[in-house]
Design a binder for this molecule. Structure first.
Ligand code: TXA
Ligand code: MG
Length: 349
């Protein structure tokens, strides 16, 4: 077990002295957990093979899942990628800094361990003041997956980052709750037309408004883990999963409510302890009910989603039933996470 230091900072105006301490850990090849505007990240020097190897070890992450490289400034791009096509510049001008990861052809400087052997690298410029200052002060690009143990829901609070990463990293920066709550959108612009690989903080509608045609990867359309070795090999692994079994009910709200009432009766007869993730504010006769965010307010649901899954799971339920919601705007990212958390266990009504 590693000795882990906890450093609490002001998320809006982080104290430079505290951030510099964490930055020096990154420069020396260490591991730092830090807040971003999406979720907590587990960071290390992206161009040091050894530092990145430590990330995989700390998370128990399969080595065929590539890691996003976080930068402080556009000028860092030229060192990390070979070619920035016009469509990438359009995205950069409009959405950076922010929750968008752009997949580009990598330069020789980015080690293959970071990209899991791919010739492309996912790059993102976060807008969170802590992430921003940490990258700037480190002076190197920071490779950072979400700071959860591999397969678990991403941490959006200090508590959840602490539970997963204490004893595995050098420093955890406590910057409170991460505002967006789902990870960055991942778009591959090394292909034409560009392809959405993961929905997230920037919506498909916004991407299309900016670029015109954007394809949607099969794993997003179908809400399943797929085996696509050449494009994003990590997609086949299970993600966001609670310990409890999970099922997602999709359809019209009234039908969803009926189906959930029916399932509750059925699971009760089998003696199961039942948890509900309610996105509509509907109440049910279950053991644990969590209303995720403000009903119908997609942003507040996204912001509370992973925290809610962990919270219900921690009550020791056997099964979690989640209400589905429409896939417009950030609703697509919410449904993507729910479908994947359930291992594709979706009932359409
Ligand atoms: O919001 C976020 O993106 C957070 C914060 C910490 O920045 N990070 C994050 O990283 O979610 P992670 O490792 O949990 O998810 C990275 C996703 C994976 O689905 C991975 O397959 C994809 O990005 N990815 C990374 N590099 C890629 C590449 N070169 N080609 C295709 N997909 C890539
Ligand atoms: Mg992750």
């Amino acid at each position: 077990m590693k000795e882990t230091k906890i450093v609490k900072v002001d998320p809006y105006e982080p104290e430079p002295r505290l951030i510099r301490e964490a930055a020096s850990v990154i420069s020396r090849g260490g591991l730092v957990v830090f807040p971003t505007e999406t979720v907590y990240g587990l960071g290390a020097n992206a161009i040091s093979e050894e530092a990145v190897r430590n990330i995989f070890e700390a998370k128990g992450r399969p080595t065929d899942n590539p890691i996003i490289v976080h930068i402080h400034d556009e000028s860092w791009l030229s060192e990390l990628v070979c070619d920035v096509p016009d469509r990438a510049w359009k995205l950069i001008k409009r959405f950076w800094p922010g929750p968008l990861t752009i997949v580009l052809k990598k330069s020789a400087k980015v080690p293959y361990i970071t990209t899991a052997g791919l010739e492309t690298v996912g790059i993102r410029m976060p807008s969170h003041p802590v992430a921003n200052m940490l990258i700037r002060e480190s002076g190197v690009p920071i490779a950072a997956p979400s700071a959860n143990l591999s397969g678990s829901p991403s941490p959006t609070t200090f508590k959840h980052a602490f539970v997963d990463m204490y004893g595995r990293v050098d420093i955890i920066i406590d910057g409170g709750k991460t505002p967006i709550g789902v990870e960055s959108t991942v778009i591959d612009v090394s292909v034409d037309p560009p392809e959405l690989l993961r929905p997230g903080g920037i919506s498909l509608e916004e991407l299309r408004e900016c670029l015109g045609e954007v394809r949607v990867h099969r794993s997003v359309r179908e809400g399943i883990m797929v085996n696509d070795e050449s494009r994003s090999p990590g997609m086949k692994h299970r993600h966001y999963a609670p310990n409890a079994k999970m099922v997602v009910i999709e359809g019209k709200l009234n039908d969803i409510k009926h189906k959930i009432d029916e399932l509750i009766k059925q699971f009760k007869r089998s003696g199961l302890k039942i948890g509900i993730l309610s996105l509509s504010g509907n109440m049910y006769k279950a053991d644990v009910i969590k209303v995720v965010g403000k009903p119908y307010d997609l942003k507040s649901i996204a912001s509370n989603l992973f925290e809610s899954i962990r919270e219900v799971d921690a009550k020791g339920v056997d099964v979690i039933i989640a209400e589905g919601i429409e896939t417009k705007e950030i609703g697509l990212a919410i449904m993507d996470r729910l479908r994947k958390a359930s291992g594709g266990h979706v009932i359409k009504v």
